[in-house]
Every structure is written in structure tokens, then in C-alpha cells.
Design a protein around this ligand. Structure first.
Ligand code: ZN
Ligand code: ZN
Length: 382
């Protein structure tokens, strides 16, 4: 089925350049009350009828869902009811913060404009901003705060490629991208200049395959010395998501790990796959053997999938050996994450050796090029 879907991707659409994006804010916790506070500059609050007002720093607007409408109330006591509230900045450098007081959400600083309406069970909080303004926050959330400039440039083109490729994912929901892991985590506007500069200096640059189509820009923390092919992990096959040997990431603390689980839990897991205790011995590795990324291990006529083992036991990667010791099973592994595509620890090391971001992305996505988004094509999602 997935293979059939992939073959449909040969249908292609042209991309808009300099895109504006509509991002759903607080998509994971879906609050019913949010608080808008201008941080810099003034905003026009338009409730979609009479009663618009100007809101500046020092003022605050609380917005609460009320059936299929929203109620707003300012700190100074002005209130109203509306279908859709619009906050429009009155200057180009305007910034505001959004809070969701009853939810475990960090305060977000945002730019652009804001639209708030009622949604089944929650508010729909939409931030309309430029894609290039959205990227630095995404890069910080996905790539961390430490690393040389070329590392962040590599992550910037990866995040931009990912965003353009998935920009119609929420078409039926009435926005472009959500701010959670489903799309890419967006914490809002950030201040780290190394990341902001990495995004600016690669503005509009994306990664494509040989046909000029945006790639599936997968990445992970640490590959443990060898990356995984997408075909092994997700079934979907791409010529640039193949297993490669990575000499760059072994320095990292994530490069090796050990985890013990109880034999009782392990046997429960095997039984759920139809393997009886005692039949699994072929899975165990001799002492001192190196971890290998074998996705499917055949035992007693059944199939043990390493990715399923990784998820079930919370392992850092699917690159491991296993040995029973007493009443526990010891996994000894390498790497962190699914192992497909760009290895972040390796990319950081390459950047420290003064390699360019194009060299880094070309190494982890073999056969791809960095090019301008204006001349690339996007796979049409079926
Ligand atoms: Zn999403
Ligand atoms: Zn690696």
C-alpha cells in the first residue's frame, strides 16, 4: 500500500516562493483560553464587526471559547463576542506573546498576525507569518542550541525542505502546519543569532533529488556509525535514504548505550509475537560482538522487528546486540533515534572540521543537491 502511495509521488506541483505560512499554535494541548500580550509595537484587534480597538504593550487580551464563538476581554475591561478575532500588527517589527494559562505550554513570542476562532473542543489559534521567520525556532527545537554555523545551516535547509514538502498536510484543517511534532515543533521567535544567521544565509535553499523534487529530509540524533535505510525502517524507499557508514559521530556520548530489561517483560513481548521462551536463543549475540542494524530477525519461523523492540523497551536506537544475563536481558547499542538520513552528531563534527553545509547534506543524503526553492518541485500528496 505504501509503495503504491510512493509511486503516486511522481505527480508533481510547482512551489510558491517566499511563502507565508499559517501555523496552528498550541496544537498539542488545544487550550480553550489563551492570552495575547503585545511585546513590541501595536496591534489592531478586529472582532469582525463593530468595536475594533488598538492594543499596545502593557495591554492584555484574554480569549475564551464559548460554543462556536469566542469571547475576548482586555485588561482594561473592554469585552466582546466574535466568530473570528483578528490581531493585525501596525508596524513591521511588532511582536506579541501567547500564553495558554491552564496548559503546560511555554510562553511563545510570535510575529505576524493572529486569528482566533472556535474549533470542536478547543480554540483554533492561527499565526500567519513568513516561512523564513518560522524556521529559526524550528531549527532550535529540532537541532539544539550548540554547534558551529555550518551545522545550523545544514539543519536550516533540512527544516525548510521538510516544511515545503509538508506544507499542505493540514489543508483540510484550514491551516498549513501545526506547531507540534506532527509537523515540526515551533517554539516561536527565538533570539539565538547563530541560528537566525544560518537561516538567513541559506534563505530559500532546499534539498532536492536528481529530478529536482524536494527530498524527504529525515534526520536523527546519532546513527551509531552507520545510518539506516528508509526502506528498512519505514518501508518507503528513496535512493538518498540508504544506509551509509558514518565516521563522524563516534565522539558523542550518544554513540554507545546499555539497557537492561527483565526477562519476564522480554518473554511477554516474545509471546505476543508467537515466540515461546527458549525459541529466541538465535537472537542472542556472542560476548564482545559488535552491534548490527538488522531490522528483521527471523526466529522460530517468526519475525522479530528491531524497530518494534526499540519502541517497546524504550531503547535509544535499533542498532544493538542482546544477551541474557541472570534474570535480565542486556541490550548494548549504538546511536540515538531511528538512524535514517542526516546524523546530527556527525553533521556537527563535519561542521567543526570546516566542511560546508552542502557537503554535509550531500554526505547524509547521497545524490542530492542544495538548490533554490523557486526552481524545485514538490511531490503531490495523494
Ligand atoms: Zn501537523
Ligand atoms: Zn552518525
Amino acid at each position: 500500500m505504501i509503495r503504491a502511495v510512493i509511486s503516486l509521488l511522481i505527480l508533481l506541483t510547482a512551489l510558491p516562493a517566499g511563502a507565508e505560512v499559517t501555523v496552528r499554535i498550541f496544537a498539542r494541548t488545544k487550550p480553550v483560553t489563551v492570552v495575547f500580550t503585545p511585546r513590541q509595537g501595536e496591534y489592531r484587534l478586529d472582532p469582525g464587526g463593530p468595536g475594533g480597538l488598538t492594543v499596545g504593550p502593557g495591554e492584555t487580551v484574554a480569549v475564551t471559547r464559548y460554543d462556536d464563538e469566542v469571547i475576548f476581554r482586555t485588561l482594561s475591561g473592554i469585552s466582546g463576542v466574535s466568530d473570528t478575532l483578528r490581531f493585525t500588527p501596525l508596524s513591521a517589527d511588532a511582536l506579541f506573546t501567547m500564553r495558554a494559562p491552564a496548559r503546560a505550554e511555554a510562553v511563545k513570542t510570535l510575529n505576524g498576525s493572529l486569528m482566533i476562532s472556535s474549533y470542536p473542543g478547543s480554540l483554533l489559534v492561527l499565526n500567519i507569518t513568513e516561512l523564513e521567520d518560522y524556521l529559526p525556532g524550528v531549527v532550535r527545537a529540532e537541532a539544539g542550541r550548540a554547534g558551529p554555523p555550518e551545522y545550523f545551516k545544514a539543519q536550516a535547509v533540512v527544516a525548510r525542505t521538510y516544511a515545503y514538502r509538508t506544507i499542505d498536510r493540514h489543508e483540510l484543517d484550514g491551516f498549513d502546519l501545526c506547531d507540534d511534532t506532527h509537523c515540526q515543533v515551533y517554539p516561536g521567535i527565538i533570539g539565538e543569532s547563530v541560528i537566525i544567521n544560518a537561516c538567513r544565509s541559506t534563505a530559500g535553499k532546499v534539498i532536492t533529488d536528481r529530478q529536482g523534487v524536494l527530498i524527504e529530509a529525515a534526520f536523527h540524533g546519532n546513527c551509531g556509525g552507520v545510518t539506516a535505510s528508509s526502506e528498512d525502517v519505514w518501508v518507503a524507499k528513496h535512493p538518498y535514504l540508504v544506509s551509509i557508514t558514518d565516521p563522524w559521530c563516534g565522539y558523542s556520548a550518544s554513540a554507545t548505550w546499555v539497557k537492561k530489561v527483565s526477562l519476564t517483560d522480554w518473554y511477554d513481548f516474545l509471546r505476543s509475537g508467537g515466540v515461546m521462551p527458549g525459541e529466541e536463543r538465535a537472537l542472542y549475540s556472542p560476548a564482545g560482538s559488535k552491534p548490527v542494524r538488522i531490522m528483521n530477525r527471523a526466529v522460530a519461523g517468526k519475525n522479530i522487528n528491531s524497530e518494534e523492540v526499540r519502541v517497546r523497551f524504550g531503547l535509544r536506537s535499533a542498532l544493538f546486540t542482546m544477551r541474557p544475563e541472570g534474570d535480565s536481558l542486556t541490550f548494548s547499542g549504538r546511536g540515538y533515534g531511528h538512524g535514517v538520513g542526516l546524523c546530527q552528531d556527525g553533521a556537527r563534527a563535519m561542521a567543526e572540521k570546516n566542511m560546508s553545509y552542502e557537503k554535509i547534506t550531500g554526505f547524509y543524503y547521497p545524490g542530492t543537491v542544495v538548490t533554490d526553492v523557486k526552481i524545485v518541485r514538490r511531490p503531490l500528496r495523494p
